[in-house]
Ligand binder design. Structure first.
Ligand SMILES: [Fe+2]
Ligand SMILES: [Fe+2]
Length: 195
């Protein structure tokens, strides 16, 4: 684990490094609470933002050379906020020799979430949102929920993300919408609502 901590330093800023350590600590405590593999949580959390401080051009080169154009839609391909999760997955696999699909997928889904998330995917998704360095409105509620129910926390995060994106009037990834729909049906008997 020390080698991952050392290795990510050449990719990310000091500030991002403290964020990644915060995500790692939060992910490990969530893993203990919800009986998830602590070591995997730690690896995925440390590496989740490994590509976040690279230039868009470099992220695009990494994604293109590894998977061709199919792996990312034009919108994802041109947005560093989204593309870093795809590029991060590839760096984790190629440069840090992470071959565990669950860890790789947790890195890939940490920004958007998605449908059919594994326990580890959820742990990393929540940890990224709630680590101690996060200061936005609603984070306290998310932290409180995270002590009670992993799926309610995931639903809460989807709701907050989607309402913020709607307020800003910007694009919402289909993975986020699918993840929200899947979770809302689990918690609300009348979630189909009236149309
Ligand atoms: Fe990220
Ligand atoms: Fe992050």
């Amino acid at each position: 684990m020390k080698s991952i901590e050392k290795g990510i330093r050449s990719y990310i800023t000091e500030e991002r490094f403290s964020h990644s350590q915060g995500v790692r600590d939060t992910a490990v405590s969530l893993a203990i609470r919800y009986q998830c593999d602590e070591e995997k949580a730690s690896i995925a959390a440390l590496l989740h933002d490994v590509a976040r401080d690279l230039s868009l051009e470099r992220m695009q080169r990494i994604v293109k050379s590894n998977c061709g154009a199919i792996y990312a839609s034009d919108i994802v391909f041109n947005n560093p906020g989204l593309l870093h999760a795809r590029a991060g997955r590839i760096i984790a696999q190629e440069e840090f020799d992470v071959q565990d699909e669950d860890i790789l997928q947790s890195i890939e889904l940490h920004t958007t979430g998605g449908e059919g998330m594994s326990l580890l995917n959820k742990v990393v998704f929540i940890a990224d949102y709630t680590e101690p360095g996060r200061k936005f409105r609603g984070v306290g509620e998310a932290r409180k929920l995270a002590r009670r129910s992993i799926d309610e926390t995931v639903l809460y995060i989807f709701k907050s993300m989607i309402s913020k994106l709607i307020q800003k009037g910007v694009y919402i990834c289909k993975e986020t919408l699918l993840g929200y729909n899947e979770h809302v049906l689990d918690f609300k008997g009348d979630a189909i609502g009236r149309w």
